[in-house]
Design a protein. Structure first.
Ligand code: WT7
Length: 683
């Protein structure tokens, strides 16, 4: 898989025929122009958008070299626009008002709805007016903790419309994690829902928010307003045409359960109450190009999450342009990204990218295995999906089932199948290509990060010959380089090094919220002049880029980045734990999982029960997706004489590999043998 000779998949005739970029020569030509004259390249693209005052001054100003001064990136500085206006009003003005912006597919297969661009704009304006009424102003941060329902899209677009900065927290994070994020951004308002069904599991979303708000209050921070969508058991009149327009079947009755939620008068308000009587019109706030649009937290290797900040105009251009070219989107097609809007993939490729192209998308509330492992393919048939985007972890989990779960559904509308989140192993790539795509679809393995705003290394469906497992080539404006430890460019093929980028593209993050210094140290200190991804990578002899995975203290579990430090700090909160060290361990479905070594306090003994207790501890502290797979007793940890934990050795012990390498710097070599002997049976 790691050389230039793996199987080649040239663009298929049915895909490249009418593709936006229909040959590799065309790609190369456009790419060359995009890196030689980024300002000119993006200026031309900017003409497709509406500007209150168009870009006139210097199109791009930046400093990527921390030796030359503070890192700064500015695109179209001084121009004025609004991304919500571009996503909705501009498309309605182009005659798309009655087009469906989103289908909504509930957890229950009988639960569905849709919303047109026009109706979506009305709802967004109403909610914009709500936000203004409760005192929200441009620049205020707003926490959103919601399931996959249309109100989530309405809420985020309303923020964008009035210039409030949304901070969406995936509704799977624990109350602790949510509180930490509310506190860091000093949000005074939280938008949420009563609860949600995910598969057969009921999640009391409001309760998690209540607990988070309590934690904030204890830290002397006031959350003044909590807007709650009544999503479960709505009463007759609440079944508004937002979810169920007259053209579709009457709604299947939602699981009408009595979810017990607590109500805090004076703080909590029902979404439907506060929306009543609001005007469906609201003038967009004209934002400066470099005003903040949103922040989104991502794990940091120190353990404290970073608020990645994106700004209005650059993100708008980049999300829309990558969407158009990477999915080769054509009007009339139905596009579906399965990612939750709470992650960057959902921000860029469920909401902003598609809407700015006037695309029809799908918001899916459920999970891939409910009611059975055929759900994804059933939805593809139902909505005649043409472009589909999901994660390798989902593909690996689904390919374990009989192929008939896939093949019994009509997938003939599919053209492009995307993946994102982690390296995709060739076996999963091939199953996606052969079984799901029936050898008729282009696979796009898209490499990017919360920080990059959009795809940075990716094939283009009509232009790129793909190799299973390689993200292939850079997107327009992106200049990837592989560096060695000393910061020298590696030109030799197949030699692994640090994957970095040489110059900014419009969608790159601008800062870490409230901590520009951390932005500089995390991404620009190690190699002055480059943005450092934290991933390893190599180029093969044909110039294809292979991303090999994280090279910092991060673990990529099912496409979710977790910091080992964050998990360690959750573990040492347990009264019996003295010290913890967490490393990554390969996992068949999740890609990676976490393996925890814990040293107990004097007098405590390790047991299986304690192991499960510690797993639960991490789960409640961070969220279910962070639950460790292995916890092992470690009476002592391998440390250097200066006391630094040698994680390299722990990674070897975790997988049972006795070839631990150089141990001459270890303070006590006997530690290793005792740790091998204490490995749990299932590891
Ligand atoms: C990290 C970023 C961007 C949305 C999803 C995750 C890994 C992502 C790929 C890919 C190999 C990938 C990297 C990256 N990653 N896509 N196609 N091939 N690795 O966003 O949470 O910011 O994580 O995910 O390690 O740095 P994120």
């Amino acid at each position: 898989m790691d050389n230039g000779h793996s199987d080649l998949y040239p663009p298929l005739e049915r895909i490249h025929r009418d593709a936006h970029v229909s040959s590799f020569e065309q790609y190369k030509e456009m790419y060359q122009r995009s890196i030689e004259d980024p300002a000119g390249f993006w200026d031309e693209i900017s003409k497709q958008f509406f500007w209150k005052s168009p870009p006139t001054g210097e199109f791009l100003q930046y400093n990527f070299d921390c030796n030359k001064g503070p890192i700064s990136i500015k695109w179209m500085d001084g121009a004025q626009t609004n991304i919500c206006y571009n996503a909705l009003d501009r498309n309605i003005d182009r005659g798309m008002g009655d087009k469906i912006a989103f289908y909504w597919e509930g957890n229950n297969p009988n639960d569905q709805g849709s919303i047109t661009f026009k109706k979506l704009l009305e709802e967004v304006c109403k909610f914009s007016n709500v936000l203004k009424k409760i005192g929200i102003k441009k620049g205020d941060r707003i926490a959103i903790y919601m399931p996959m329902i249309l109100e989530l899209i309405v809420a985020m677009l309303a923020c964008a419309r009035i210039g409030a900065v949304h901070s969406i927290i995936f509704a799977g994070y624990s109350s602790d994690s949510l509180a930490g994020r509310i506190l860091d951004a000093k949000c005074h308002i939280v938008i949420t829902a009563d609860g949600v069904w995910r598969g057969a599991k009921l999640l009391n979303v409001k309760k998690i928010v209540d607990d988070a708000v309590d934690i904030c209050t204890k830290s002397s921070h006031e959350v003044r307003t909590c807007v709650v969508v009544r999503h479960l058991s709505p009463s007759e009149e609440d079944v508004s045409n937002l979810k169920h327009d007259e053209n579709t079947e009457p709604p299947a009755s939602r699981p009408s359960l009595k979810l017990k939620i607590n109500w805090h008068d004076g703080r909590d308000v029902w979404w439907h109450d506060i929306m009543t009587g609001q005007s469906p019109e609201c003038e967009a706030e004209w934002m400066m190009a470099e005003d903040p649009l949103f922040m989104l937290y991502t794990s940091g290797s120190t353990g404290k999450p970073k608020g990645v900040l994106h700004t209005v105009a650059g993100y708008m251009l980049y999300s829309a342009t990558t969407f158009k070219f990477v999915f080769d989107y054509h009007p009339g097609e139905v596009y579906w990204c399965t990612a939750d809007v709470g992650w960057i993939t959902g921000h860029t490729y469920t909401c902003y990218g598609p809407l700015n192209n006037g695309a029809t998308g799908i918001i899916f509330e459920g999970v891939p295995f409910f009611p059975d492992a055929g759900r994804f393919w059933a939805i593809i048939e139902k909505y005649k999906v043409a472009k589909f985007y999901t994660a390798p972890t989902a593909i690996r989990a689904l390919m374990k089932y009989d192929d008939s779960f896939v093949t019994k559904y009509d997938r003939s509308t599919l053209k492009v199948l995307g993946t994102v989140g982690e390296p995709i192993n060739p076996e999963a790539w091939l199953w996606y290509y052969n079984v799901v795509g029936n050898k008729q679809c282009a696979i796009v393995d898209t490499f990017w990060q919360t920080e990059t705003g959009g795809h940075v290394i990716t094939p283009l469906p009509g232009a790129t010959t793909t190799k299973p497992g390689s993200a292939t080539f850079p997107f327009f404006g992106v200049v990837p380089v592989i560096l060695d430890e000393e910061g020298r460019e590696i030109t030799e093929p197949n030699k692994e090094g640090y994957l970095v980028f040489k110059q900014p593209w419009p969608g790159i993050m601008r800062t870490v919220y409230g901590n520009h210094e951390r932005f500089e140290t995390t991404y620009f200190k190690k190699f002055p002049g480059y943005y450092c991804t934290g991933d390893g990578g190599k180029k093969d002899s044909d110039g294809y880029i292979w991303v090999t995975g994280r090279i910092d203290d991060m673990v990529n579990v099912s496409g979710h980045l977790l910091s080992t430090a964050e998990i360690e700090s959750a573990l040492v909160e347990h009264h019996k734990v003295a010290e913890a060290a967490v490393v990554s361990h390969p996992h068949k479905i999740k890609g990676e999982c976490t393996y925890c070594f814990v040293t107990l306090k004097e007098g405590e003994t390790f047991s299986e029960e304690l192991g499960s207790e510690l797993k639960t501890k991490v789960r409640t502290k961070i969220g279910p997706f962070a639950m460790p797979d292995f916890v092992q007793n470690a009476p002592s940890l391998p440390k250097t004489r200066s006391g630094k934990i040698m994680r390299r050795i722990l990674r070897k012990i975790a997988v049972g590999d006795r070839d631990v390498g150089d141990i001459t710097t270890l303070a006590d070599e006997t530690v290793i043998e005792s740790l091998f002997n204490l490995r749990p049976d299932d590891a």
